[in-house]
Design a protein around this ligand. Structure first.
Ligand code: NOJ
Ligand code: CA
Length: 703
């Protein structure tokens, strides 16, 4: 880490009384936070942006199951301030260097009557505010949290892009409404472990627009040993309150003191692109403690996968059901003949992936147990170490390695967390034995133990433990259906992907989805969205599948740039790429790690245009996506190096292309450009464009 300066002023000004405020401003002075105490001694904060109150006075605090005195009755025992301006280099990322520049303030609160202590730490950056609670050592050694009382008051009935509150899935399409309309358009907070229900519950990250020059986003950072935070709106007062995911016993968290909560994050910017470019969530996470990160690499992969997702073939090997995995004899079972992960089929994919420069091939359905995995809440559902009889694990890994690629492991846990915990060491050891260095894990279905939730403290701890254990064995993790990411990939850069969103595998979703995800789900970390559908008609795989992909082929290409991830899949089957090798060229060329990213233009759920410079060459790649509305966009190239010539290859929608028909109508043109040029580009409904710009005098050719 390169430190430019860091200093701390311990300005202990004891005795702040009710009403008095302590102010902390961002380094550029545009954002400021006021901390105060209400007459009842309730801690409060508010946020100003360019002089406007963007977060009016909002309360802070907790209610505990086993203690009073964490919600009111406080006085200020001291305030300390700090400033920091450093730079750090992510192991992989949208940029090779990130500035971490903030002013900080910690307010020490005491409740003398109840003999409790609570500190609140604020950091104000130019792109927003983070704050967290620190429970210092005190009389109580541990506490049971029943409610977090943190509020985020809204500056009015503003626009939000949200998905409903749910303690088990984020797999929803986003809805844009005024806050007052959430109640009538599907906001809810279903709760599997208690009877509490709210029609105004939403998840983070919550994208907000107060006016044409004030965009905000509410999320959390560094979710460790705590339940995920949802937000519940009081739509009379327009105040959101933190609503933590309950545990199996119906309360929220057990904490051992001293303890610090995750950061509560408010991103703020003039333009929508400011939110896309914000590194606030990453900056609020701890630097990595890994000293050796050489084993962590960005990955472009294919998968023995889409033919199963689209219903063509299967994960399972037999039609048997309801058996005990410990005693079931697969060698005597009759195969149903539609098992995808058989040695011959996997070899076919290895050949194609290796010939086209991919790093890895994911194989799902390689291991025993898939007959019983779904909807059965079976504890011993998988062992993660025994291949099906027709999957030759040694021969296939050897074959892949001989061709210069690796196989990617798959661990579907079926949400049986205790079972995965029991097998995890052996499962990772098997990976080490055969040379796998990345695992896609999955948590489909109801969490076991029964009654717990996907985003509870217990489950959150499980997911992070799986990542930490993997790191011990030099394994990278891409977890699906785990808790939404909160920037922990900075601390644990082997967490190279997550799903925690409605991914591409949902086949009929609306074209706007890809224009909102980078504003929401991606603020916490990369998304394994699995782009690259070249054949939109899914009945070709399976005559019973009546869905089609609602995106043009150029939209699919653009996603490799607009949807940042160090882990990118080309998810379609080899045959469909082989038919369109000219368009497939973009997927082969596009890097998965970047020197610099510039969000050129965007509006949530409308369109996004971003340019990124390859980390390992001087070449640039630009992607643009639009929602269901066609757009004619003029792309200025002034981000290119002055005086240099670049060879451009532009992939754009044909005149008849549309997300519901003619999805594969695309045009490719090639020409030379300089930074003085601008390109008029047509984007079809649900369309987009992809552009590679290879520097002509560059010593390093395009990858
Ligand atoms: C859901 C995942 O998102 C998907 O990619 C995977 O194929 C299935 N679970 C089976 O594990
Ligand atoms: Ca999923």
């Amino acid at each position: 880490m390169m430190k430019t300066h860091i200093f701390a002023i311990a300005a202990l000004c004891a005795g702040l009384t009710a009403g008095a405020a302590d102010t902390l401003s961002s380094p550029d002075g545009k954002i400021s936070v006021d901390f105060s105490l209400s007459p009842e001694g309730v801690p409060q904060y508010s946020v100003d942006y360019r002089g406007d109150k963007v977060i009016p006075v909002s309360s802070l605090g907790f209610r505990m199951k086993d203690a009073e005195g964490f919600d009111r009755g406080f006085t200020v025992a001291g305030v300390s301030r700090t400033s920091s301006d450093t730079k750090w280099a992510p192991v992989w990322g949208e940029n090779d260097s990130i500035r971490d520049n903030y002013n900080g303030m910690t307010v020490q609160l005491v409740n003398r009557k109840q003999n409790t202590k609570l500190n609140v730490e604020f950091r104000v950056y130019d792109d927003g505010v983070g704050f967290r609670y620190l429970f210092p050592k005190q009389k109580k050694k541990q506490l049971a949290v029943t409610d977090e009382l943190t509020e985020f008051a809204m500056p009015g009935d503003i626009t939000a892009w949200w998905i409903p509150g749910d303690y088990d899935t984020q797999e929803y399409e986003y809805v844009r409404t005024k806050l007052s309309e959430i109640r009538h358009t599907g906001g809810h907070m279903p709760n599997l472990s208690s009877t509490t229900f709210s029609p105004t519950g939403v998840q983070t990250s919550l994208m907000l627009k107060a006016n044409d020059s004030t965009y905000m986003n509410l999320h959390e950072a560094a979710l460790v040993d705590f339940p995920a935070m949802h937000l519940n709106l009081n739509d009379t007062t327009m105040v959101f309150q933190s609503w933590l995911t309950p545990n199996i016993d119906g309360y929220k968290a057990d904490i051992k003191l001293p303890f610090s909560t995750p950061w509560r994050v408010i991103m703020i910017g003039d333009r929508a692109t400011d939110i896309l470019a914000s590194n606030l969530v990453l900056n609020l996470n701890e630097p990595t403690k890994f000293t050796d990160t050489s084993w962590i690499t960005p990955i472009k992969y294919m998968g023995v996968w889409w033919e199963m997702i689209s219903g063509g073939r299967m994960w399972s090997y037999t039609d048997a059901h309801d058996f005990d995995l410990a005693t079931f004899d697969y060698s005597k079972a009759k195969p149903h003949g539609r098992h995808s992960a058989n040695t011959e089929n996997v070899k076919r994919y290895i050949d194609f992936a290796a010939a086209n420069g991919f790093d890895q091939l994911l194989v799902e359905g390689w291991n025993i147990g898939w007959e019983d995995w779904f909807g059965r809440e079976k504890d011993f559902v998988f062992d993660f170490i025994t291949p099906y009889p027709d999957f030759d694990i040694k021969a296939l890994n050897d074959y892949a390695h001989s061709k210069g690629i690796k196989l990617m492991m798959h661990h579907e846990t079926s949400s049986s967390l205790p079972n995965y915990d029991r097998w995890m060491d052996k499962a990772y050891d098997l990976m080490n034995q055969y040379g796998y260095d990345a695992v896609k894990s999955g948590y489909v279905g109801n969490i076991l133990p029964k009654g717990d939730n996907h985003y509870s403290q217990y489950a959150v701890n499980h997911y992070l433990n799986a990542v930490k254990k993997a790191a011990d064995k030099h394994i990278m993790v891409n977890a699906h259906e785990a808790v939404r990411p909160t920037g922990l990939c900075r601390t644990y850069p082997n967490l190279i992907g997550n799903e925690a969103a409605m991914g591409q595998e949902y086949q009929g979703m609306s074209p706007q989805h890809v224009t909102i995800l980078p504003f929401t789900r991606l603020k916490g970390g990369p998304l394994d969205f699995t782009p690259g559908i070249f054949e939109a008609n899914l009945s070709l795989y399976n005559p019973n599948n009546k869905e089609h992909k609602r995106a043009t082929l150029c939209n699919q290409l653009a996603l490799y740039v607009t949807m940042y991830s160090p882990l990118q899949m080309a998810c379609d089957i080899p045959e469909h790429y082989a038919e369109k090798m000219d368009a497939f060229q973009f997927i082969k060329d596009v890097p998965v790690d970047w020197k610099r990213s510039i969000y050129l233009d965007a509006e949530p759920a409308e369109y996004i245009v971003v340019a990124r410079e390859d980390k390992h060459s001087d070449n640039w790649y630009v992607g643009g996506v639009t929602n269901a509305t066609a757009r004619d966009y003029t792309l200025g190239l002034n981000f290119l190096e002055p005086g240099a010539t670049y060879h451009a290859r532009l992939y754009f929608d044909g005149p008849t292309a549309h997300y519901d028909r003619n999805q594969d109508k695309y045009i490719i043109t090639e020409f030379d450009v300089t930074n003085a040029d601008s390109l008029p580009i047509h984007m079809a409904p649900g369309g987009g464009f992809a552009l590679s710009l290879v520097k002509q005098d560059a010593a390093t050719p395009a990858k």
